[in-house]
Design a protein around this ligand. Structure first.
Ligand code: SF4
Length: 219
């Protein structure tokens, strides 16, 4: 397919920064933030991406990301999978030799995502404000590089996440990240709980929030 003939994607922003989440936290990364989200998490720090954005052709997106000279690309949102064209974008990025990760809420099927893409699935907990939105089909993904993330807003969320991972045999197969909701949950409290419970989950702090605010992120 000729890139110029490809459909467009609504993109909120493309920027170069330090990855704050997943096992690649700390890595210089180019972020492609798509516009639009059908969820409304109460801790959402990207509400500006619900509507704002501009339609860009894949060729324009590729040209922009290449300028940053980083091998790592994170496709995030919003919810990227709301736009089907994002599937072509990720495949093209992989074909171009980039290492690509996708941050998704897991509320839409990931089955058609290029198998070279690392999936970071942010399962919504009961107190997230977007409970019971998980697409169970995503538990059946085979031979995928997946990291499961849970942003915890309460002890109830912690219990729910533990049960979810044990019920679906996630701890045994994948990396699990427990992230304390920023300024709602004390990281030390969560660290102690993980140890008390002998949970295999990793304590996961959103690194970018400790480095800079969205206003100073810069590119
Ligand atoms: S899924 Fe992400 S972008 Fe959508 S409301 Fe929740 S935190 Fe915000």
């Amino acid at each position: 397919m000729i890139l110029d003939q490809m459909p467009t994607l609504k993109i909120n922003e493309i920027f170069h920064s330090i990855q704050g989440e997943s096992s690649y936290a700390g890595a210089p990364t180019v972020f492609i933030r798509t516009s639009g989200c059908h969820l409304r998490c109460n801790y959402c720090d990207t509400t500006y991406a619900y509507q704002e954005g501009q339609q860009l052709e894949l060729a324009q997106i590729l040209e922009t990301v290449k300028k940053f000279g980083s091998p790592y690309i994170c496709v995030t949102g919003g919810e990227p999978l709301l736009q089907k064209q994002v599937l072509s974008l990720m495949t093209t990025l992989c074909d171009e030799g980039f290492f690509v990760s996708l941050e998704t809420s897991g509320s839409l099927s990931c089955a058609d995502v290029d198998s070279r893409v690392k999936l970071v699935i942010d399962v919504k907990t009961p107190d997230s404000g977007s409970a019971e939105t998980f697409e169970l089909e995503n538990l059946s993904l085979k031979n995928r590089d997946i990291e499961w993330k849970f942003v915890l807003c309460s002890e109830k969320d912690l219990e729910w996440s533990e049960n979810f991972c044990r019920q679906h045999v996630i701890f045994e197969k994948f990396m699990v990240l427990y992230s304390p909701s920023y300024r709602k949950i004390d990281p030390q409290w969560l660290a102690e709980k993980i140890l008390q419970k002998k949970s295999p989950a990793r304590l996961h702090l959103q690194l970018h929030k400790y480095i800079w605010s969205s206003e100073t992120r810069g590119v």
